[in-house]
Ligand binder design. Structure first.
Ligand code: ZN
Length: 619
């Protein structure tokens, strides 16, 4: 099967726009997911009734997953994904008749297949299980690792293939199910899920949840902690520890406006409420688009609303990702490229064209840097990936986001914004609650947009964008007035422009970040000191500035920043920041020793998806 699929991919590359290609694309539109053991074409899950008992003492969850299933092929087995789970017993039917099951040999990435014997009459499979204390999706924080220091905290991160470490499930983005859950936690804590959520503590620590839209397993989420709720408007609000709650509510005050802006572009928001949870700083990502309840890193609480594009991004996933989903992780760009595009449209609608333009120019900068850095891994700079045999997290870098964005921007430029908006709106409507492959999208695009004017195909070069490495020749040229001005100022440094002149002329976050990124390689530690005296970047509390400045400080051995770098990476677990910083530190023998010393203390505060990578960097 592997070779067969490989050949089909080659066919697609060589005759992108032909009818033959459309035919081929349809044939492989329902591929088997290389990252799931499940066999949905034989027997698949439809609905989950989940019971969880959360034990902070043992760092385990006792679970009972009652799956309603479909068995169109009258298969004698249904297959679930599991990893690090202790399976206690499995039954079938309402009468809970013991079922025979077996677990396959452990694969280091995929975990174990749980194969349960069924017959054609079985409609329900129930699995009793316990999670492992080091389950990869779960981060158990002791009270000292929280803002309040008094209560423990638990949160999950299921994407890409970690849901299986806390729920036995068919863990493929191509398989959707609805769920209800009943969760028991210690009495003083609030529990939240990617579902309709409570806004107040219960007296007995028992909570119930309902997600009536079908979602894939990677969107299963749970958080438990000393969490409070504050409404922003009728359908949006924030959850956080009491110490962080007001700050979060201030920072995210525009959430309602963002939902309205997205709806007016891409059709109704279909999930009921849109709330955001701010977990403690060890949260490994910027945000996670858990339906109805985005998880967002506290590193975006800058105090001046300068980093709220993260919320626009996670909200955008309510259309691209959560509503129309990548069928496998090889199609990840369908989630992230579309989301980055929509994010910037929301930013433009709420904050204006220039703000969006600056983010687009910075995006192009990041994209070029990533492509350069990945020189020896050119395969990973294609939009359509081949991650079979690899951990899908390996495919998750800027490419899916930024190259995906610039592909869609190319289409927008070619067909005109009005037509592209109408196309996208119809795309979300027609594919709602479905999972989609790259090939199916290309064929949809061709049928519904490009076939009207054959010249568009040549202008857009879909095949080059999707299947070739690097950037195509028609990469859009982008500019922003404010960042062009920064370019002029930085170029003037060798001709008499002073840092103090620059200080007078730039004020926004994007300008400052772009300024730091544009400083010449020849910059000296003394010049960094001069800049710092004017801008106080070392002592900034804005995480994006801190990150860019600290990277520069490491490259140019600007020692005044070292204690601040140490503090930053000891208190923040966001991969986007800590992984490049540790990598840069480890580039010299002395720096590596320093990094190892910090890491020894900081590691317990990081989520497994962060520390697994850093373990590799520092080994
Ligand atoms: Zn995203």
């Amino acid at each position: 099967m592997k070779n067969f699929c490989f050949l089909l991919c080659l066919v697609i590359v060589s005759c992108q726009q032909s009818k033959v290609q459309n035919k081929v694309a349809e044939q492989i539109a329902a591929p088997s997911d290389p990252h799931s053991y499940s066999r949905p074409e034989q027997a698949l899950v439809k609905h989950l009734d989940l019971q969880l008992n959360v034990n902070f003492g043992s760092k385990t969850i006792d679970g009972k997953a009652e799956w309603q299933i479909d068995n169109p092929a009258k298969a004698d087995t249904i297959v679930f994904d599991t990893r690090q789970l202790k399976i206690i017993k499995v039954t079938v039917g309402d009468a809970q008749k013991r079922a025979s099951f077996n677990l396959s040999k452990e694969d280091p990435v995929l975990g174990q297949a749980l194969k349960v014997k069924i017959d054609s009459t079985v409609k329900k499979v129930t699995i009793w299980y316990r999670t492992s204390p080091d389950a990869y999706a779960l981060q158990w924080l002791n009270p000292a690792q929280t803002a309040g220091k008094k209560h423990p905290f638990l949160f999950t991160q299921s994407q890409a293939i970690l849901a299986r470490t806390w729920i036995p499930c068919q863990d493929s983005p191509g398989i959707r199910f609805t769920y209800n859950a009943a969760v028991k936690v210690p009495g003083s804590l609030l529990a939240l899920m990617s579902a309709e959520n409570p806004q107040q503590l219960s007296a007995d620590g028992k909570y119930t949840f309902k997600q009536s839209n079908p979602i894939p397993a990677y969107l299963m989420a749970l958080a438990v902690g000393n969490i409070r709720f504050k409404a922003i408007d009728a359908r949006t609000g924030v959850y956080a520890e009491p110490q962080t709650l007001e700050k979060a509510a201030y920072e995210f005050a525009d959430m309602g406006k963002m939902v309205n802006a997205a709806e007016s572009l891409y059709g109704p928001y279909r999930w009921g409420r849109y709330d955001v949870l701010v977990p403690p700083p060890s949260f490994p990502f910027g945000g996670m688009e858990n339906p109805m309840l985005t998880f967002a890193t506290p590193t975006v609480l800058a105090g001046d609303r300068s980093l709220v594009s993260l919320i626009a991004h996670e909200l955008a996933h309510s259309w691209s990702g959560n509503l129309v989903t990548n069928a496998t992780w090889n199609d990840f760009w369908l989630n992230e490229g579309f989301t980055t595009y929509i994010e910037r449209r929301i930013i433009e609608a709420v904050y204006g064209k220039e703000e969006a333009a600056m983010q687009i120019v910075l995006g192009a900068r990041y994209l070029n840097e990533t492509i350069e850095r990945m020189g020896n891994q050119r395969d990973l700079t294609r939009l359509k990936l081949d991650l079979k045999g690899k951990d899908p997290d390996d495919g998750m870098n800027d490419i899916a986001y930024e190259k995906g964005f610039f592909f869609l921007k190319t289409v927008e430029n070619a067909v005109g914004r009005e037509e592209f908006d109408a196309f996208l709106k119809a795309y979300f409507e027609q594919n709602a609650f479905k999972s989609i492959t790259t090939e199916r999208f290309i064929s949809y695009l061709d049928r519904n947009l490009l076939s009207r004017q054959p010249k568009l195909r040549a202008d857009i070069k879909t095949g080059d964008w999707v299947y070739k490495a690097g950037l195509p020749s028609n990469m859009p040229v982008v500019s922003s007035e404010k960042l062009d001005k920064v370019d002029t100022l930085v170029n003037g440094l060798s001709k008499g422009v002073k840092f103090s002149d620059i200080k007078k002329q730039i004020s926004s976050l994007n300008e400052k970040v772009y300024f730091i990124k544009s400083l010449p390689d020849s910059i000296t530690a003394q010049q960094m000191k001069d800049i710092d005296r004017l801008f106080a970047f070392t002592e900034s509390t804005n995480s994006e500035i801190q990150f860019e400045w600290y990277m520069l400080a490491l490259k140019h051995d600007y020692k005044a920043a070292h204690p601040y770098i140490e503090k930053f990476i000891s208190s923040v677990g966001r991969r986007k920041f800590v992984i490049p910083l540790y990598t840069q530190m480890a580039s010299t023998p002395q720096g590596k020793l320093w990094a190892a010393r910090i890491y020894a203390k900081a590691r317990p505060g990081y989520h497994p998806v962060a520390y697994q990578t850093i373990d590799e960097i520092l080994k």
